[in-house]
Each structure stands twice: as C-alpha cells, then as structure tokens.
Design a binder for this molecule. Structure first.
Ligand SMILES: Cc1ncc(COP(=O)(O)O)c(C=O)c1O
Ligand SMILES: N[C@H](C=O)CCC(=O)O
Length: 428
C-alpha cells in the first residue's frame, strides 16, 4: 500500500507531538499499524494524503452523522465565520441551539454549552456533587466518560485499548471516590446502592455503551437504575456524548423511555466542531454559576462556528424519516455481515443499536467489559489492516463502535460487504 506521505507526516509528528497523535486511539497501536493521515472527506468517503480513498466508519468518532462536509453544515459554518469566529459574549446561535436541545431531548429543561464531552461529564459530576453534598460517584467498567481524573478507573476507549489500568497523575484520593462496577449487572449495582447510597452523588452511565465496543443495555438495566437512584436521592447522569441524536432524535433516553436527571452531550451537537453540553432538570441546572454556586466556565463555550454547525446538523436530523433511513442502512449492513459470517466458522459476535455497531472477535455474547475483553484483539488487528487495504476505514481498536451515517448509501454498503466477505474468509 503506497503511504509515503502518511509515513513522512507521521515521522515528523513523532518529533513534535507525544506518540505523533493528539488523541491516543488514533495511533493505531493496537491494530499493529501506523496512522493514516487524512487529507479530505466528502459524504461517506475520506481520502488520505497519498490519495487513497476509503469508506469511513469512524466518522470522527461519531459526530459526522450526516457524513463529511455536508453542504448545509459547511454553508452554516462559512456564514458564521464571516461574521466573526468568537466574541466571549452571548450570541444568538447559542440560544437557538440550547432551545432546540431542550425541545428534542426529553429530560433536558436547561442546558449549558461547553467545548468537549470531557468538559460536559466533568462539569455534570461536579454539579451532582454540589447539588447533593455527597462525594462518591458510580460508573461502569468499560464505559468512557472522557479523561477527567474521576473517570480514569476501569475506563473504556483508548484506556481499554492500550490496557492502561488507570493513569499516573491521578491522585488516589480522587479515584477513591469513584466506584466502578460491571455494566448490566443489577445485583452489584443494588449492593453498592444499598450499602453506600447516602454517600453517592451520582451514577453516570453510557445508556448504550460505545467505548468497550457497542454493548446494549439489558432490558431492565436502565429502568432499575432510574428507580433505585431516585429512591436514594442520587443524581442519574446519562452520558449521551455518543448516543445523543445518534440512536434516536431524543437519544437513548427516548429510545428506552427512561429519563435521567442530567444528560451529557457532545459530538453530533457540534456537527464536527468542538462542542459539549450538559443539561437536565431546572432545579439542578439552576445550581450552576452565575445562577447558583457550582462554578463552571469557558472562554470559547457557545462558539459561533460550533453552534452554527450543530444547529445545521440538528435541523437536518429533525426532518421526517431521517432515523428510519439511518436504521435501514445500518440494518442492510448488519444483515449482510450476518450472512457472510453464517457461512464461516469464525468467532465473531455482532452488537448493534441503530447506526452504531461492533464486530467482536469472540465466541461469547458481549454484555459487559469482561465479555468484550474476551475478544481476540490480534485477530481484530488483522481484520482492520485487511479492511483498510480494501478501502474500508474502521476504528483502530476492538473497543470502539463503527458509525453509519446518512451519507452511507447502497453503493457504500455493498462495497463494504464485498470487502468484508473477502477479508473475513481470509481470516480463517
Ligand atoms: C460517551 C463519551 N463520553 C465522553 C467522551 C469525551 O468526549 P471528548 O472526547 O469530546 O472529550 C466521549 C468520547 O471521547 C464519549 O464517547
Ligand atoms: N472512543 C472515544 C470517543 O468516543 C474516541 C475519541 C478519542 O478518544 O480520541
């Protein structure tokens, strides 16, 4: 594979950027490859700096649900940029975006915009602690909530990919207040809530896990979580940074009909520009400064370009039939892959919720991090490299999701299935 320019950029990057990348999973270490440097994207496709074309299932790790360089998003960002890129003062698009989020996400009555998913989750747990006057937080093994100190305990995504148990630099005193328990495990959850409930400020959960690969919630997991936290005055936080506007217009809370107290958003609401948000019940959100005492701020928060891209994206997503179209494409891909796998004796399990899916290279049903971790990551690496050679760009880790966008049409799905048929046969 001709990749001279990617190699040259990577060599230079290694001199100036730790590991040559600005986020660890991009380094492709776990799939035994060097990163491909991307030059441009359009619709479902991207091109690397050496001119090779790929069908993209990373979608910037989820934000690009409309595909790359969607004309309405580009027009909105261009118009906003011509008016000025940042003011550090209130602007009208922030209010429009906040209103739209409150209208579309069932549990959100008020929302604060920030610059990343990490800022959103970090601020949400501070708010939950401030509101309840309690210190402990509960999270689930293999879920990833960004890289704030409190979350770097048995975390998913790059932390799981690189096999890092926690992180040096995170004080023990901080993570002593983080309890991490298995996903989908109601028995352990009940025990923890029964024994430590009055010290617990919040439970934070990915309502569909995406950062240990895709793991759907068991049928009673979210309803019990809601019921038991409410009974104990614990704030329930849905981290919908991936699932927000992905699995339904109103996110996982709409899909599963469970309302959290606070919701964290990011990715799609920025249409590919840096953004995050946390919102929920007015009674809790009113505790945020300057209305209340819980401090949180941001120089670029509510940025005109990011809010313009987010508004344009949400407007397209709000059109009738959008999620049905997305589901049809994802289902076609999933069915095609299932057909291919049926004829092969490969240890592969597929998990999918709407337009997010993962092929786990294991014989076990994947319901939590332990079962996800039973995957043969070396085999995934072989699959990834062979798919890349066929022009299919997948997440360079077993513990991530593949994202289907509205730009993935029949042509892209068929090309992907042809490649997968060839590659999966070659793995036997
Ligand atoms: C569920 C979830 N929460 C939080 C984050 C953190 O978001 P960001 O990378 O924008 O800080 C991510 C992704 O990185 C995520 O997938
Ligand atoms: N899984 C992460 C986010 O969802 C991947 C993004 C990153 O850490 O670079």
């Amino acid at each position: 594979m001709e990749n001279k320019l990617s190699q040259a950029f990577y060599s230079k990057a290694l001199e100036y950027i730790p590991g040559g990348v600005n986020s660890p999973v991009r380094a492709c270490k776990s799939v035994g490859a060097d990163p491909v440097f991307i030059a441009q994207g359009a619709g479902a496709r991207i091109w690397d700096v050496d001119g090779r074309e790929y069908i993209d299932y990373v979608a910037s790790w989820g934000p690009l649900i409309l595909g790359h360089a969607h004309p309405e998003v580009i027009a909105a960002v261009t118009e906003a940029a011509q008016e000025g890129t940042s003011f550090g003062a209130p602007t009208w698009r922030e209010v429009e975006l906040a209103q739209l989020i409150c209208q579309l996400v069932p549990s959100i009555e008020m929302v604060r915009l920030v610059n990343s998913g990490t800022e959103a989750t970090m601020s949400a747990i501070r708010l939950a602690r401030g509101y309840t006057g309690r210190k402990k937080i509960v999270k689930f093994d293999g879920c990833y909530h960004g890289h704030a100190d409190s979350f770097l305990v048995k975390a998913g995504s790059g932390v799981a990919t690189l096999g890092i148990p926690g992180s040096p630099g995170v004080p023990e005193e901080i993570v002593a207040n983080t309890i991490s328990i298995p996903y989908n495990d109601l028995k352990t959850l009940k025990e923890v809530l029964d024994t430590q409930g009055d010290e617990i400020a919040c439970v934070i959960v990915e309502p569909v896990a995406g950062n240990m690969g895709v793991v759907p919630p068991r049928e009673d997991f979210l309803p019990r979580l809601r019921e038991w936290t409410e009974q104990r005055g614990i704030v329930l936080i849905f981290d919908e940074v991936i699932t927000g506007f992905r699995v339904a217009l109103g996110g996982a809370q709409e899909l599963y009909q469970v309302k959290p107290d606070l919701t964290c958003l990011g990715k799609i609401i920025g249409g590919g520009l840096p953004v995050g948000a946390y919102g929920g019940k007015k009674e809790i959100m009113n505790q945020v400064a300057p209305e209340g005492p819980v401090y949180q701020a941001g120089t670029l928060s509510g940025n005109p370009l990011a809010t313009a891209a987010g508004l344009a994206t949400l407007k397209v997503l709000s059109r009738p039939g959008t999620y049905e179209a997305l589901e049809a494409r994802a289902e076609a891909l999933a069915q095609g892959l299932a057909e291919i796998l049926k004829g092969l004796s490969l240890p592969v399990k597929m998990n999918r919720v709407g337009s997010m899916m993962t092929l786990f290279f294991t014989n076990q049903e994947v319901v939590d991090f332990n079962t996800a971790a039973s995957s043969d990551t070396k085999l995934y690496g072989r699959y990834w490299r062979a798919m890349l050679a066929e022009g299919i760009y997948l997440a360079p880790s077993q513990f991530e999701a593949a994202f289907i966008s509205l730009a993935h049409g029949r042509e892209e799905i068929d090309e992907t299935l042809n490649a997968a048929a060839k590659v999966l046969k070659g793995l036997i």
